[in-house]
Design a protein around this ligand. Structure first.
Ligand code: PLP
Length: 450
């Protein structure tokens, strides 16, 4: 492949008036060496690029490396930084809070946790108004699964193949990707239904047929009663897979008949990312439990489970407590995030820029055979690459190559899917149409020179 005209491209990066302060910390090589010696190898495996980036500054939809070079961030720290990096509307209230009080625990009264739970509940429909704070998405899903088991008195959980729900025993059980599973971790009691994936699934876009598999699975794999059903409303780690139309509402009815609770995992799809505030809103269901993390704190470690007073009642049978959950600083960040989403019209922007970008990516599909599928909603988009459109042969090596090439041209996208052949495009929700154009141009250029 010919070398990319990096300077020419970077000249077209949409203008942005921020210059980061000079960086005086250790070099990328020094950090790599320290990581190799002292960090778990599983962390090093996570580096996205051949030459890992040393990211030292962030401002809105941009990241800056140690030399001050600017990158358009189309991954947002894995769908986390929805408001934009270091958004002053989040940073300033957090600094004010941290100067005053860092951590009271829920054993004392403090306004931050109370106000945030009320504000969060106001974002949810029906009777979903009792909030438990956690520190991560894994912890939120573990708690949701446990509540479903306690509430129903059943052990069996149904989840969907290709879903990702976390890395502790219960959530690793619900997760259905070999990549994320360890042999010796107890993961019993979880049944994995067919993935209602319109592109690769056996029933194409027929959501009702996939839902019948949930029915079968309950009938033949359990006593007929289950604790619950958990699903992402758009699969994220699995490669931005939208569930086939009609699936969620049909599965909902089946799960309810089997006495189970419907758990919506909104860890990636929540907080305006899909153009709706929650992913489940597009599917005509009101879940019994909603779990969230990532975008909830714009980068502050925070997660939450929201459910009904009746279901939440199961936890009062014993003491249930979490040291950091709803910490004053994290709760302040969470409140600020809700405020910024509203003031900056991020939900509308995600919907508008998302459909524009999806349109442009679909045009790119007409031009490049390697694009097998373009999908997703709002600013949660996926581009699946295949070396043969008919056979849908995953173009894994090409995906990596193009991703590295786009980085050279100043654009950072994520990748995922079982075969590692799907670009995950989940930028901060302040992403503009000009940013979308630049992303598409760099992708086009990189694909043209494969
Ligand atoms: N659920 C979904 C849908 C996720 O994408 C993730 C993480 O990627 C999790 C749960 C786990 O969240 P965490 O990594 O914060 O534990």
């Amino acid at each position: 492949a010919t070398a990319a005209p990096v300077d020419e491209f970077l000249g077209k990066l949409p203008p942005f008036s921020y210059t980061p302060p000079p960086y005086t910390g250790p070099s990328a090589d020094a950090i790599i060496n320290t990581r190799k010696e002292f960090l778990s190898p599983s962390n090093s495996m996570f580096c996205l690029y051949k030459n890992p980036l040393n990211i030292v500054d962030g401002k809105m939809q941009y990241l800056f490396d140690e030399s001050g070079r600017r990158y358009l961030d189309a991954f947002a720290g894995i769908a986390v930084v929805n408001c934009g990096h270091c958004h002053p509307g989040v940073v300033e209230p957090v600094i004010n809070q941290i100067k005053r009080l860092q951590h009271p625990t829920v054993m004392y009264l403090n306004h931050a946790i109370a106000e945030f739970s009320e504000a969060l509940a106001s974002k949810l429909p029906g009777d979903l108004k009792v909030v438990f704070f956690t520190n991560s998405g894994t912890e939120a899903n573990e708690l949701a699964l446990m509540m479903a088991k306690l509430y129903t008195g059943c052990q069996d959980i149904v989840s969907i193949r290709n879903g990702y729900h976390g890395n502790a025993p219960g959530t690793m059980g619900a997760t259905a990707h070999s990549t994320w599973k360890f042999n010796n971790v107890v993961q019993t009691g979880t049944h994995h239904a067919l993935n209602p994936d319109p592109y690769r699934g056996v029933f194409g876009s027929d959501g009702e047929k996939y839902a019948r598999d949930v029915q079968d699975l309950i009938q033949y794999g359990t006593s007929g009663h289950i604790a619950g059903f958990i699903c992402e409303t758009i699969q994220g780690v699995g490669g931005i897979v939208e569930l086939a139309p009609g699936y969620q509402s049909a599965a909902y009815d089946i799960v309810k008949k089997a006495g189970g609770l419907f758990i919506a995992d909104e860890v990636q799809s929540g907080f305006a990312r899909t153009g709706d505030f929650w992913g489940f809103e597009a599917h005509n269901v009101v879940p019994d439990i909603v779990t969230m993390a990532k975008g909830i704190g714009n980068g502050f470690p925070l997660g939450a489970v929201v459910t009904t007073p009746e279901i939440a009642g199961v936890l009062t049978r014993r003491c249930y407590f979490n040291t950091f959950g709803g910490n004053a600083v994290a709760a302040t960040a969470g409140l600020a995030v809700l405020d910024v989403i509203e003031k900056d019209n991020l939900q509308e922007n995600a919907s508008m820029v998302g459909s524009y970008l999806k349109g442009r990516l679909s045009q790119l599909k007409e031009k490049h055979e390697i694009i097998g599928d373009v999908r997703g909603r709002g600013l949660m988009l996926g581009v699946e690459l295949v070396s043969d459109r008919k056979l849908k042969t995953p173009a894994t090596a090409e995906t990596l190559h193009i991703m590295n090439q786009m980085k050279e041209l100043g654009v950072l996208v994520g990748k995922g899917g079982h075969f590692g052949n799907v670009f995950r495009i989940t930028p901060p929700l302040c992403f503009t149409k000009e940013d979308a154009d630049y992303l598409v141009e760099t992708m086009d250029y990189s694909m043209s020179r494969m």
